[in-house]
Each structure stands twice: as structure tokens, then as C-alpha cells.
Write a protein that binds this ligand. Structure first.
Ligand code: PXP
Length: 240
């Protein structure tokens, strides 16, 4: 069944705007789980603009679903991941040169480095997901790293204007998903998904998990986090 990973970074973004202690993303994770989150996703950025190291270690102790650590493929982040032992790691671009034209991680352009970092994580028993555009070359390169998952970048779909453009981006995502699954990869998706655009992506055959952050935290500011998560679970089933 399709699962929802709730990205709680933006709770930490609000906290960091005042350099204070509230709102606490750990409390956010607890409420998200009460609302039906199947997993908690957090991105530790090199500049620590939202999540802090302390958050990750407290999440590791608190999260009772699964913890997905999004991180750049750097030695600093690798050391933290090996120490933290998240349930899985999603490798994402941090700097411009690691990004393909559309915005996913450029695995083909840094195959040796990606093979090395994925090898270390998978070797330590931490499954890895590669956040990439739905292009066959990036899917092939991701498979070659030994990663078990890819996460399809849904940003182009989310930004597409009009029915025709949206349908075209959706079919690119669908084709990417089927291609990856035929190669033996498991497939997640995320970025820019909202209550209004999530359902067609949720219907893609073989999709396992959607990672969604901004729209949920935005709605949470109005109606509370538990309800915002519950609403997203309904939207994923076409029931909202
Ligand atoms: N997946 C990945 C890999 C991301 O980097 C992000 C953004 O942090 C998301 C999903 C969630 O995106 P959004 O906040 O637009 O829902």
C-alpha cells in the first residue's frame, strides 16, 4: 500500500526564523504519526538552516514509524548517517553542480562518488534512495550504485501549467516508475506535491511512498498538524 512520509523540515524552519526552541519538530513528528504518517522525513542541510543535529538524534529515539534522512553525498553527512542509523537515507543534491537540469541528483555525472557513498551506507545496513529525475540514464546510474530505491522528483509535474502539460509530466513519472521497477528498484516520489495534485501521482502503479512537506506544514498552521496529515492521507486516496 502507498505510504506517506511527512517531511517536518519546515517546522524547524519556523523555529530557526527566531533561533528559539519552538515549534519543536520532535513534537511535530509525534503529532504527524498520530495523524497517520507512515514515516518521518528530515533533511539535514550542510548550513543547518532548519533541522539541527540534535533534532535528528531525538527523532531517532522518538519516531515509531520509520525515519528517512535526506542528505547530501558528503563525508560529513555520511559520518552522521552511519552514527544515526536512520531506517533509510535519501541522497539529494546540495550544491548546483550536483543537480541535473531539472533538479534531481546528477548520478550519471558522479557515478564513482555515488557508488562509493551508497556502498558505505548499504554496507552498514542502511537502504539508500536516490532523488532523481525520471530519466532512464539517471535510473540506470542509480541502479548501478547498489541503491535499493529511487525517489522520483515531482517538481516538474507540480509546476506544470495546464492539463496537457500536467498529463505529459505525469506520464514521464509513470514511465520512470515502470522502468525502475523493471530494473528491480523500489520507487518513491516527492517534491512540490499538494492536496490538489497528489492523487494522480498516488495512482501510479508500483509507487511505494510519497514524501511531502511544505503543503502539510502550511495546512497545519491553519488546522493543526494531526488533521493536516489525516487530510493528506485522504487526498492520496482521492477522498478529499
Ligand atoms: N523529497 C525530497 C527529496 C525533498 O528534498 C523534499 C523537499 O525537502 C521533499 C520530498 C518534500 O518536498 P515538499 O516540501 O515540496 O513537499
Amino acid at each position: 500500500m502507498l505510504t506517506l512520509g511527512v517531511n517536518i523540515d519546515h517546522i524547524a524552519t519556523i523555529r530557526q526564523a527566531r533561533q528559539t526552541t519552538e515549534p519543536d519538530p520532535i513534537a511535530g513528528a509525534v503529532l504527524a504519526e498520530l495523524g497517520g504518517a507512515d514515516g518521518i522525513t528530515a533533511h539535514l542541510r550542510e548550513d543547518r538552516r532548519h533541522m539541527q543535529d540534535r533534532d535528528l538524534y531525538l527523532l531517532r529515539k522518538t519516531v515509531s514509524t520509520h525515519l528517512n534522512l535526506e542528505m547530501a553525498a558528503t563525508n560529513e553527512m555520511l559520518a552522521i548517517a552511519l552514527d544515526l542509523q536512520p531506517d533509510y537515507v535519501t541522497l539529494v543534491p546540495e550544491r548546483r553542480e550536483e543537480v541535473t537540469t531539472e533538479g534531481g541528483l546528477d548520478v550519471t555525472g558522479q557515478q564513482a562518488r555515488m557508488n562509493e557513498i551508497v556502498g558505505k551506507l548499504e554496507g552498514a545496513g542502511i537502504p539508500v534512495s536516490m532523488f532523481i529525475d525520471a530519466e532512464e540514464s539517471q535510473i540506470d546510474a542509480s541502479k548501478q550504485t547498489g541503491a535499493k530505491f529511487i525517489e522520483l522528483h515531482t517538481g516538474q509535474y507540480a509546476e506544470a501549467k495546464g492539463e496537457e502539460a500536467r498529463a505529459k509530466e505525469l506520464s514521464i513519472l509513470n514511465r520512470g516508475c515502470q522502468y525502475a521497477r523493471a530494473a528491480g528498484l523500489r520507487v518513491n516520489a516527492g517534491h512540490g506535491l499538494t492536496y490538489l495534485n497528489v492523487y494522480p501521482v498516488a495512482c501510479i502503479d508500483g509507487m511505494e511512498e510519497l514524501n511531502i512537506g511544505h503543503t502539510i506544514v502550511a495546512r497545519a498552521a491553519m488546522v493543526g498538524l494531526e488533521r493536516a496529515v489525516r487530510d493528506m492521507k485522504l487526498a492520496m486516496r482521492g477522498l478529499l
